[in-house]
Ligand binder design. Structure first.
Ligand code: DC
Length: 223
């Protein structure tokens, strides 16, 4: 029986940063599920298909291959065989990922891949619906949150670190609010805290504090 730690929460709550460190400390694989929706969103943008158009996207996804490869423990996402890892962190792709992720055919494809990976390896998986839908039997579930101001600051810092020349904080905040609403109001597997997840508000906490809080919780879940 494989062990899975589910970490869910809205954009900018700090999921990927802490999930990566938790996975390293536990010797587990880290799986960033958002990257899969981002790859699907990128494909729609490239082909000029509106990512919210259910019938066109359902056709598109049937002929799209999204897969994950791990190189020295680091996740790479492949879109029809092309490594698009470096192309999926832009604001337009974030919004397209949120729009396309509401379409059931897309979710079901990605969830199948996520469950397959977790059946083969011990994982720390982050996303929106891991504890509620993808892995309802995960051994430990965490829901990370933070205020909108803090999440906006973190996303701006991340974009700057990735080399963005101008970062418009108001636009970043609007994108996050749009995605929060979109991700938590879709019909299938919306962003939600699982009833048995532990809520961790990361506002004002250091990364190391959050990692330690989660590791304590993981030890408690295992005992
Ligand atoms: O975690 P992220 O910001 O990379 O995710 C991008 C979008 O993908 C997010 O706005 C909603 C969608 N997503 C999802 O619907 N379910 C997941 N498990 C992960 C991401």
């Amino acid at each position: 029986m494989r062990t899975a730690i589910a970490i869910d929460g809205p954009a900018g709550a700090g999921k990927s940063t802490v999930a990566k460190l938790v996975a390293r400390r536990l010797g587990y694989l880290y799986l960033d599920t958002g990257a899969m929706y981002r790859a699907a969103g990128l494909k729609a943008l490239r082909l000029g298909v509106p990512p919210g158009d259910a019938s066109r996207v359902t056709g598109l996804i049937a002929s799209t291959d999204v897969s994950i490869a791990f190189v020295d423990g680091t996740q790479h996402v492949l879109l029809d065989g092309e490594d698009v890892t470096a192309l999926i962190r832009t604001p337009p792709v974030s919004v397209a990922a949120s729009d396309i992720s509401a379409i059931p055919a897309v979710r079901l494809r990605m969830v199948e891949l996520q469950r397959k990976i977790s059946s083969e390896r011990d994982v720390v998986m982050d996303g929106r619906d891991i504890g509620t839908f993808v892995l309802p039997d995960a051994s430990c579930k965490i829901y990370l949150s933070a205020t909108i101001e803090e999440r906006t600051r973190r996303r701006c810092r991340e974009l700057e670190e990735r080399g963005a020349e101008v970062v418009d904080a108001d636009a970043v905040r609007r994108d996050i609010e749009y995605r929060d609403h979109n991700d938590s109001h879709r019909a299938l597997a919306p962003l939600a805290k699982a009833a048995d997840a532990t809520l961790v508000d990361t506002t004002g906490l250091s990364v190391e504090d959050v990692v330690e809080t989660i590791l304590r919780r993981v030890r408690h879940c295992a005992s």
